[in-house]
Design a protein around this ligand. Sequence first.
Ligand code: MTE
Length: 366
Amino acid sequence: MTDSDQMGTWDKSAEMLVHQDEPYNAEAPPGALESRITPVDTFYARNHAPIPRIDSASWRLRVDGLVDRPLELSMDDLRRLPERTVVATLQCAGNRRADLVEIRDIPGQVPWGPGAISTAKWSGASLADVLAEAGVRPEAAHIAFIGADVSQRATPPQPFGGSLPLAKASSSEVLLAWAMNDQALPAAHGAPLRVIVPGWIGARSVKWLQRISAQSEPTDNYYQTEYSILPPEADPTAAGPGVGITLGPVGIHCAILRPGRNAHLASGPTEVSGFAFAGDDRTVARVDVSTDRGRTWTRADLDPPEHLWTWQHWRTTLTLPPGEAVLVARAWDSTAAVQAESPATVWNPRGYANNAAAHLRVTCHP
Ligand code: MTE
């Protein structure tokens, strides 16, 4: 344990935008969103309970349920499997909730800005290799994960968990990761072992992994259904399973990083830049930017998808007239899905999956 862990700052940069100290919830500062790979000390952190401290020497991973050979694996056992590396963007389903709150209040939820997203190089074993060793039975259709942290939000309190359909869980990109950006996985990000589910909401990438179960149904863990889109008039504290649309793959969205929020600029050519993230196994096909609220659009230069599972940065130069302007950026993905025009279209009682077009108000001086 480092001194920083003891102080509750978890080896993070002083620039992190901290929403809560306990549990520790902090978004990446705007500058960190501009690089392809986010440094570990500015990678966002999303927790629902105190961060558990786990002794990796005595820790064991249980693999059970509908399998032929239940397993109990140590870190040494896992490290004997072929090591895989995936560069993947992780995004919390609550990212950009702050824009939804402006439409209608969302009590009891962290008002994330656009920084509950980051990208890292993850290394570990492929989940598919572990499942193959256990021998998943034909009746199994879902793979459930349970972490070591116990959340008081569930009644009675229960460990954080989630599940994936077997097809995604068996895909080669889904990892049981023990390293992040070539460093040992830090406590705040799930040490000694976490799941990484590229292209899916961050909630399915369970940290401090303790148990994997093959089962016929999705898990009934509190957080599997908590992360769902409820109809606008539902009571988020009372809605049970089956009321909402359970979240999985991330939808296409983008953010404007430059100019910064409420920037005061000289009128004339202005560099506008940001990132877009397609989610799942889609890529970003195009990003358009408008200065006249969507009457006309300029196509931005878009970085090619260097890695299938990551965000793509974009930039363009626009000539802004003197006065106030609202910049709007919208992204399209490789299936031709485009972002909703306004957060009002996607508002939902728990404030998840806001993938409305990005808006930025700027003032230009003559
Ligand atoms: N796993 C456990 N055990 N407990 C958690 O609170 N939070 C989830 C997921 N895995 C969580 C978890 C959510 S909602 C997100 S967005 C990601 O972890 C955040 O991962 P990070 O903190 O490494 O950025």
